[in-house]
Design a protein around this ligand. Sequence first.
Ligand code: GLY
Length: 350
Amino acid sequence: MTRDPLAGPSAPRRVAVVGGGIIGLSIAAELSRRGADVTVYDPAPGGTDGAWHVAAGMLAPGGESAFEYPHLTRLLEVGYELWPEFVAALGDVGYDRTGTLSPALTADDVAEAAREWKHQKLKPLTGSQVRDLEPAISPRVRAGAYAAAEHQADPRKIVAALRAALADRLVAEHVSDLSRVDADVIVVAAGCGTAALTGLPIRPVKGQVLRLRGEPGLLRHVIDGTADGRHVYLVPRADGEIVVGATQEERADRMPTAGGVHDLLRAALDLVPGLAEHELTEVTVGHRPGTPDNAPILGFLDDDRRVVVAAGHFRNGVLLAPITARLIADLVLTGSADPILDAFAPGRFR
Ligand code: GLY
């Protein structure tokens, strides 16, 4: 991967980043660190509209990788390696490397999960081995697996740290027409809003997410499990918050539903009965920016090379933020694309 500093006097100095979510801010921070004059445009810098605000922050290169798209698996793996360096520059953002446990409740859940464990090359554990690692797991859980390399960080803390670092670079403005943006290069990192700005096929994929709160320490690991066919993840923070996610619905509304909340809580309580006494503190709805192949769109929009797209990260916006920042900063500052970007070029949809 290219890590050249500014390529010389012809390198673009004035870069506009459209979108102040975790992707846009990460790119802006990397460009700024490497000497570019960056401005971030967002209708509400510091607002909570972005997918990052509901995201749990699982850093799961295996658990979120697609069977059918090996290029994405590779990007997730390379991106995962950048996390220690990324968080070192941000301070305490809840980066936790304890690992992820995947319990499966019933025999049917085990049969389904076993395919995933095999794909991830994880060794199956018996129910009692799962409970040795995580005593709060229900005695009804039949089996599980442990992924030591699946970590977590808190997206709300990450975005707060990035915003603080870029405070004098943020402009509260809604960009609706890229031709009116005054910059040498424009990076469009507006999540679902990228579709209207570029014509690229990015669609909102609704996710309902809950937050519970109780005494810290009930869970030691991130839990990513299945109970009676319902999939759920539980991401415990050090302060006692547990993020419970997420539905995945091909819808664009912002309405939490009784069915969505029920399914998440039912699976959560089936796997970890002790959560019943936790306070339900938040019910939120976010939209993952999905693409036709559910892989991100990264690269120059057109031959004139004035507009760069960095959007469509779907379920992996948090994990892919550091690698996106690195690769897009390289592209903006040197004009040449790392070969890993070939599979993600906007041209595949044009
Ligand atoms: N990456 C987790 C989710 O999209 O729900």
